[in-house]
Design a protein around this ligand. Structure first.
Ligand code: ZN
Length: 404
């Protein structure tokens, strides 16, 4: 959740306590007492005035600004429904993937241990929901899918899901935490939000089903001012732009999502109840938990099926569902593994190396007339796991898989 910075308030109890303290320390004569009390009150007034001026300044706090990626275009023969399902799923990782993350040990992107701990905690918070993804901190940049920087430039962001492997160069950041999280009233939530992007979840306030009508000029002013100083383009990309109905996760809008910003009063015109401001609760919402489990349910290897050469297996999946196989080659040679049917699928083959499943090869046929297909040399004494996630069966019939 993106709660805004708390505006400074002075509780009346504090005021009274300070007067009591002042009186306890006053000299004995009455005039001296009055004088001391007056001075004390003047000091208090001054400090209250200072706090008031901070409060009136309306510091909105920092907000996440995601990098802009050109929207994917589809061929004219891809139906809206098929496009819908592809957009819903195509940034998500294949479930079971171990996402390895890396902190820069020196240079401008290095962060202190406190900040690294925020990110470690953020990964743990998602993992503790009970999901099939795994996370590991590693020190070899070449092996890491996620590279996290802490450049203090006021910009926090992450690429979205699998864009992490497709878009940046191999030594560039895929995520940045751009301000002091110790000073951020959202605490670890900022890091949890950025990790949420890394897992493939977009901004929830851009969910078209939210039906938010913005006071656009006020929104541009708000994010265009300090400390964010966003260009109109950045504000449009991160706030005003509605995601295509297909890109968002479903019909329900979740204003408490960790992927939702907080908004000050005067930014939202409708729904009217948020005209005075919208403050998501802290932490993952119930819907955040359901959604991450929908795409990344816990996996049990004992439930995997076995794929052997020349045996056709029906996938029988609903959109976004995934099937997992233990692949059993019968000889050392090059095999082809392929899906069949009018379907969009993403298929990834992993090989066990030193007790860990490592990416071997993958294919994604979404939005094309092709089928997912992998050709690879396999060895019968090694262990392989094949994972296939379905986007859609775009015409009648099911989808199957075979290796030969
Ligand atoms: Zn964000």
């Amino acid at each position: 959740m993106f709660a805004s910075l708390n505006e400074g308030t002075v509780a009346p109890t504090l005021f009274h306590n300070q007067i009591h303290t002042a009186m306890a320390k006053t000299p004995k004569t009455l005039s001296a007492q009055v004088q001391a009390l007056t001075q004390r009150l003047e000091k208090l007034e001054a400090s209250l005035g200072k706090k008031r001026s901070v409060r009136n300044h309306k510091d909105p706090g920092h907000f996440c600004s995601m990098p802009e990626i050109p929207a994917r275009q589809f061929d004219h023969d891809v139906s809206p429904h098929r496009e819908h399902l592809i957009r819903l799923i195509d940034k998500k990782w294949v479930n079971g993937t171990k996402i390895r993350y890396y902190f820069f040990p020196n240079g401008p992107f290095m962060g202190d241990n406190t900040h690294r701990d925020f990110v470690r905690e953020a990964f743990k918070i998602w993992k503790d929901v009970g999901i099939g993804l795994q996370f590991e901190e590693i020190s070899d940049i070449e092996e890491a899918e996620v590279r996290i920087g802490f450049l203090r430039d006021g910009r926090s962001w992450s690429y979205l899901g699998r864009d992490v492997i497709d878009i940046p160069g191999q030594f560039e950041r895929t995520m940045n935490l751009g301000w002091d999280l110790n000073q951020d009233p959202r605490g670890v939530d900022t890091a949890v939000h950025e990790v949420g992007h890394t897992l493939g979840f977009p901004h929830e306030h851009q969910n078209p089903f939210a039906g938010i009508i913005w006071n656009e000029n006020a929104v541009y002013d708000y994010f265009g001012g300090p400390p964010n100083n966003w260009s109109q383009e950045t504000t449009f990309h991160n706030v005003l732009r509605k995601l295509a109905p297909d890109e968002s996760e479903g019909s329900a809008w979740d204003p408490d999502s960790i992927m939702h910003y907080s908004f000050a009063s005067g930014l939202i015109i409708s729904p009217e109840q948020y005209a005075a401001g919208l403050q998501p609760a802290l932490g993952l919402s119930e819907i955040d938990r359901q959604e991450v489990k929908r795409f990344y349910p816990k996996l049990k290897e004992s439930q995997y099926e076995t794929l052997t050469p020349f045996h056709f297996d029906m996938l029988s999946l609903l959109p976004a569902e995934q099937k997992n196989y233990l692949v059993q080659p019968d000889a050392t040679r090059t095999y082809t593994l392929q899906t069949f049917g009018n379907s969009d699928t993403v298929m990834v083959l992993f090989e066990e190396v030193n007790g860990e499943l490592k990416f071997l090869q993958g294919d994604d046929d979404s939005g094309t007339r092709l089928n997912s297909k992998i050709s690879v040399r396999l060895y019968p004494w090694r262990k392989y796991v094949l994972r296939i996630r379905l986007y859609s069966n775009y015409s009648s019939g099911d989808t199957g898989v075979m290796m030969w």
